[in-house]
Design a protein around this ligand. Structure first.
Ligand SMILES: [Zn+2]
Length: 354
């Protein structure tokens, strides 16, 4: 550490400062747009009705999960007053039937989910309820994709919550749609951790140990992903996904590894949730493996908690050092925060288990 180049320290400090300022400036508008998206999706249907069916209640819970992650972003970046008083979010909460106590309540780590995937789950339910195809069928997936593109295009292109990529993955004529994680970079480690935690055993293991996915039935896969404004441009899987899914026959059409270094995070791309849906429950892992996975997950959640709880302090530290020309001060600040930001889900070069 004594030979730490000041350029590295300055660059990373700047990244924290600019990242946080950027979000703070745009966040309320981004949340407003998400509230509009959720009303287009029909958040109003829960207002004043007796939630008599479990189906309706389960749908409502998914909307409420999106409400909480939006509120968590406001709390995290802008503080508790804005989180509670944000006009459109509060109205959304009322529409969803939350009590006054809930509307005043502050969210916590447990509310860190990926809103894009949650919205796809809602769409999936709605398409099925409208009789437009059974989950897993091609017609269902096509309809979910069409509606997802339409909805996400209603958000400004840099909206924090707008997925950069949507993907459809198939295996033996079963079809699923997925989205890349799109949240604040400072909340991403936690959202990503929670996504990976829920993966089936073999996918979770592959992500944690950074190895290619192995499955009992690797035949007959395909995937296509879309990005850019309107999700019109088809894209190849990123370098990380090419390695992760190389054993799935048909998944990767262009096996060109000459692309530059991947800046994506294992588990965060749009392909993962659909692959997870399509995987058959896997064979038992050995107990030794289980122990290693458990300890990797525990270590990861502890690191996520450090960033989550230390965020304000990290930003303040970086803020104070930034702007001045005091090299020693920059280095000192960087040494203080480095351990908290060099974690999987924040820095692309950091692995899950390191
Ligand atoms: Zn990828």
């Amino acid at each position: 550490m004594s030979s730490l180049p000041v350029e590295t320290a300055r660059k990373e400090i700047e990244e924290v400062v600019n990242g946080s300022v950027n979000i703070e400036e745009q966040l309320e508008r981004d949340v407003d747009q998400m509230c509009t998206l959720l009303s287009v999706l029909g958040a109003g249907r829960f207002s004043g009705v007796d939630i008599s069916t479990t189906r309706l209640e389960s749908l409502r819970k998914k909307f409420i999960e999106v409400y909480w992650i939006l509120k968590l972003h406001l709390l995290f970046h802008l503080g508790s007053t804005i989180a509670v008083k944000h006009k459109n979010l509060k109205e959304l909460g009322s529409l969803l039937g939350l009590t006054n106590a809930d509307l005043d309540r502050l969210p916590g780590k447990e509310h860190a989910v990926d809103p894009g995937s949650k919205i796809l789950e809602i769409l999936s339910d709605l398409v099925e309820d409208h009789g437009l195809g059974q989950r897993g069928s091609q017609t269902h997936a096509n309809d979910v994709m069409l509606r997802a593109k339409y909805l996400f295009c209603g958000l400004r292109s840099n909206n924090r919550f707008r997925p950069k990529v949507l993907a459809v993955v198939t295996d033996h004529d079963r079809w699923y749609v997925g989205s890349s994680i799109s949240v604040s970079p400072f909340l991403r480690p936690l959202c990503l951790h929670r996504r990976i935690f829920r993966f089936k055993g073999n996918l979770r293991k592959a992500v944690i140990f950074d190895e290619s996915l192995v499955t009992a039935d690797p035949k007959d896969w395909s995937s296509s992903a879309f990005q850019k404004k309107g999700y019109t441009a088809e894209k190849d899987p990123c370098l990380n996904c090419k390695r992760m899914f190389k054993n799935l026959k048909g998944f990767i059409l262009n096996d060109d590894h000459s692309a530059k270094v991947s800046s994506t995070f294992l588990g965060a791309c749009a392909e993962y949730v659909p692959v997870n849906e399509l995987l058959t429950p896997d064979e038992e892992a050995s107990s030794e493996h289980d122990a290693r996975i458990r300890s990797a997950l525990k270590a990861s959640v502890d690191r996520c908690a450090m960033l989550f709880e230390g965020y304000r302090e990290i930003v303040d530290e970086c803020d104070k050092a930034h702007g001045g020309n005091d090299d020693e001060r920059i280095k000192r600040a960087y040494r203080k925060v480095r351990e908290k930001i060099h974690i999987f889900g924040y820095k692309p070069q950091c692995k899950f288990e390191n």
